[in-house]
Ligand binder design. Structure first.
Ligand code: ARG
Length: 467
């Protein structure tokens, strides 16, 4: 990109009418957004073509000028696509870079494009189109991640692992059930994405600077041409509003937070101490000094990128919170936050989808851990309620004594002799051993949404029909 330093100081060619000399270098630097908003070139050109076409249709500009404008814009699109376009910082932003190039290509007709339009509605349009496309990409990416989880959940509907609360073994669950928890989380993220697309599906173009315009424009026509449901209904709000960007960032922050929790579990599960999973070589790295190590770098970076995404949300909320209506230049700071968050989120979802598809599940290790820590103690208490008619509170107390005994003897609940169990409560029979295994424990939890393999399979089927 040309930084403009070699260009002579002269008043800006787009709005320089009332300025005697050009901006000094620092002003130029703080003012310019071309360094990042050039990302919006395709949206800017698409918006301008729709606007010019509407202007001609309404008799505001001639068909001849419109043809020149559209042809010139097509040329600029291929120039930028091919890398041949020379961006100038003196021209501030993508809108003025394109318009200046159009003037160079087609002459005075270029000056008619900005009729009944302002950069305020133009940038609102370009950015909205960009965010909408990004949301559509995010929706697809989440669908891919959910599909990866559904496959692993199906494969491991019966694989028993410890379920945790406070990161302490709580009750046995199935790995399939744990996977389906993430399906629910990413499914909600995707629902938020879909809702945001609906929400933002209104066209800003034609709001002009803030008050609308006296030219007989047709905003419904441009809305339709640009794939929006309808035009926005208040021109002041249209150029003031960045809710669509804030919604994108909020959704991204929640999704990134979900990804980060998953990343944390992957980090923990892949330690030799847990050993629940083995990461593929593709998603781990070695240590330059310790030959035995295999580090979960991809998971750690997914966890860390959440910090950037959450930071972007807070940054833009903070930019917006003090702004009076309508447009203020502060709003130019919206783009880098969204671009950075979008890039981080896309990469994090892609990395996670790869990791979930590739990871080796060590079912033997999971099962061994599931049985430790007296994880079936609740099953014993439930059995005492069901079979011996004890109130749950009493059953809880009896079970506590059984656990204490096992602890003292250094054995599992299922290894305690019947006579010793009966010494604690005479109602206990040998049938109790049937509920003390981890398989029996998970199989018994058939309540809707519970961990029993039969129930997990039902939830997988529900999601498959919707993914
Ligand atoms: N580069 C500007 C932005 O991103 C475009 C809008 C400029 N509008 C204005 N009135 N200065 O916000």
């Amino acid at each position: 990109m040309a930084d403009g330093s070699s260009e002579t100081k002269s008043s800006n060619q787009m709005w320089g009418g009332r300025f005697a000399s050009g901006p000094d270098a620092i002003m130029e630097e703080i003012n310019a957004s071309i360094g990042f908003d050039k990302k919006l070139y395709a949206q800017d050109i698409r918006g301008s073509i729709a606007h010019a076409t509407m202007l001609a249709h309404q008799g505001i500009i001639s068909a001849e000028d419109k043809d020149k404008i559209v042809h010139g814009l097509d040329t600029i699109l291929s120039e930028i696509d091919s890398g041949a376009f020379d961006f100038s910082r003196r021209l501030e932003d993508i809108h003025m870079n394109i318009e200046a190039r159009l003037a160079a290509l087609i002459g005075p007709a270029a000056g008619r494009l900005h009729t009944a339009r302002s950069r305020n509605d133009q940038v609102a349009l370009d950015f909205r189109l960009w965010v909408k496309e990004e949301l559509q990409k995010t929706e697809k990416a989440l669908t891919g991640l959910i599909a990866a989880f559904l496959d692993r959940a199906e494969e491991h509907a019966e694989t028993v692992m410890p379920g945790f609360t406070h990161l302490q073994t709580a009750q046995p669950v199935t790995f399939g059930h744990h996977c389906m928890a993430y399906v629910e989380m990413f499914g909600r993220d995707r629902a938020r994405v879909r809702h945001a697309i609906e929400h933002m599906d209104e066209s800003p173009i034609g709001a002009a600077a803030l008050a609308g315009t006296g030219f007989p424009i047709d905003r419904h026509m441009t809305a339709k041409a640009l794939g929006f449901r309808e035009p926005t209904r208040n021109s002041i709000d249209t150029v003031s509003d960045r809710d669509f960007a804030l919604e994108f960032l909020s959704i991204a922050a929640i999704a990134a937070t979900h990804l980060s929790r998953l990343a944390e579990e992957i980090v923990i599960w892949s330690t030799p101490q847990f050993g629940f999973i083995r990461l593929s070589d593709a998603f781990s790295t070695g240590s330059s000094i310790m030959p035995q190590k295999k580090n979960p770098d991809a998971a750690e970076l997914v966890r860390a990128k959440t910090g950037r995404v959450n930071g972007s949300l807070v940054a833009l909320l903070t930019v917006m919170k003090g702004l009076p209506l309508a447009y203020s230049k502060d709003m130019q700071e919206d783009k880098e936050q969204v671009f950075d968050a979008a890039e981080s989120l896309e990469l994090a979802i892609a990395a996670m989808t790869g990791m979930i598809r590739d990871v080796t599940i060590r079912a033997d290790r999971m099962k061994a851990a599931a049985g430790s820590g007296y994880s079936t103690a609740t099953d014993l208490a439930d059995w005492l309620v069901r079979e011996a008619g004890l109130p749950f509170r009493d059953a809880h107390h009896v079970t506590g004594r059984v656990v204490a005994l096992a602890e003292q003897k250094g054995c599992d609940l299922a290894d305690l002799p019947l006579a010793e169990l009966q010494a604690i409560n005479s109602a206990i029979t040998d049938k109790v051993y049937g509920v003390l295994t981890v398989e029996a424990s998970v199989a018994s939890r058939t309540s809707f949404g519970g961990t029993a393999p039969s129930e997990v399979r039902k939830q997988i089927a529900w999601w498959r029909a919707r993914n």
